[in-house]
Every structure is written in C-alpha cells, then in structure tokens.
Design a protein around this ligand. Sequence first.
Ligand SMILES: Cc1cc2nc3c(=O)[nH]c(=O)nc-3n(C[C@H](O)[C@H](O)[C@H](O)COP(=O)(O)O)c2cc1C
Length: 183
Amino acid sequence: MKKVLIAYGTTEGQTEKIADVIADSLRSRGLDATMLDLRDSQDEAPDAYDGVIVGGSIHVGKHDKRVVDFVEKNRGTLTSRPSAFFSVSLDAHSATGEAEKYVDEFEEQTGWRPAKVALFAGALLFTQYGFVKRLMMKRIAAGKPGTLGTLGTDTSRDYVYTEWDGVRRFAEDFAAGLSAPGT
Ligand SMILES: Cc1cc2nc3c(=O)[nH]c(=O)nc-3n(C[C@H](O)[C@H](O)[C@H](O)COP(=O)(O)O)c2cc1C
C-alpha cells in the first residue's frame, strides 16, 4: 500500500479540516494517508513516504511559517517524489488574484515548485475569534467592493467558503498520479 504524508499548518483549524477530507479521499482509494500537524512536530522525515501533500493557510498575507520551514528543510525530498501543495485563504474565495500571488511568493521563498497546486477558500470563524481578531476580520470582510467585499460580516455566525468537492477532486487527482505506472 502506498504511503502519503499530508503535512499542514493551521491556526484556526480550517486547513486541518481540509487535510482530513484529503486523507479520507486518499484512504478510500486504497492509499495509506498520515496527517502531520506541523504545530506538533516538524521532525517527521517525509522520505519514508511515496507521496507528500503540504498545506498551509494565509494570515496577514503570508503562509504559515512552520509550513515554509518544513518545505525549506525537505525540499529535496519533495522534488524527488510525487508532491502537491494546497493554500488556504479568503482571497481564494474572492478571486482577487492575491491567492496566486501568495503561492508565487511561497515558491520564491522556499525554492519548491510543486507540480500540483490548489487554492482553497478558507473560513471566517467569527464565533471563535477573540474580540480584536473579530473586529479586524469584520473590517477585512467588509473590504473594498470587488475585493474581499464578497464575504460575510455577521459576527454572530461563522462562514465556511471551502468547496469540498474541489478538495476531494484534488485528492483523487493526486491518488491517480501516485497509482499511475512508473510512479
Ligand atoms: C488574523 C487573520 C488574518 C488573515 N489574513 C488573511 C489574508 O491576509 N489573506 C487572506 O486571503 N486570508 C486571510 N485570513 C483568512 C484565513 O486564511 C482563513 O480564515 C483560513 O481559513 C485560516 O485557515 P486555518 O484555520 O487553517 O489557519 C486571515 C484570517 C485571520 C484570522
């Protein structure tokens, strides 16, 4: 059974939920999927896996530092086997073009140019944010028209923008690539 590592960095938990759906999809295709929360450990060596998926969310215009560090440390391994990256942000929902820029910067910074990249919309979890974060995120969500103004601003509830079908397709595509002859 081929082994896949899903290493992810999350702050409010949405990237973890996405990683979980990816893991389930891979398992249902007969792969052995292991999730690695980079908050807990960055020492797992990905070279014991046949494929590696890395995911991270955006906060204040940047990918999670733990994800950047993990990729920098393991770039050689990531380029030597099937690997993919997914980026989680609100800009991916608003289609401003910013989500692509975050990934360009990430690739520039880490030197890793993954063959497969997915941009997934994240979540606005107003009910879980503290006072300052809630205020800040409400301002951002209200945004300028045409940018982030397509987001919800009712702070008494949460908004999840992730398109789960797209997440499953990404996982299925990765599984198909890994099962292809010669991989
Ligand atoms: C304090 C804060 C700052 C954020 N900054 C950005 C940002 O600059 N651009 C963006 O597209 N999304 C931004 N987001 C949205 C997150 O990417 C989104 O909430 C995502 O679901 C977080 O994923 P996580 O829970 O896995 O950390 C921000 C969210 C928070 C709470």
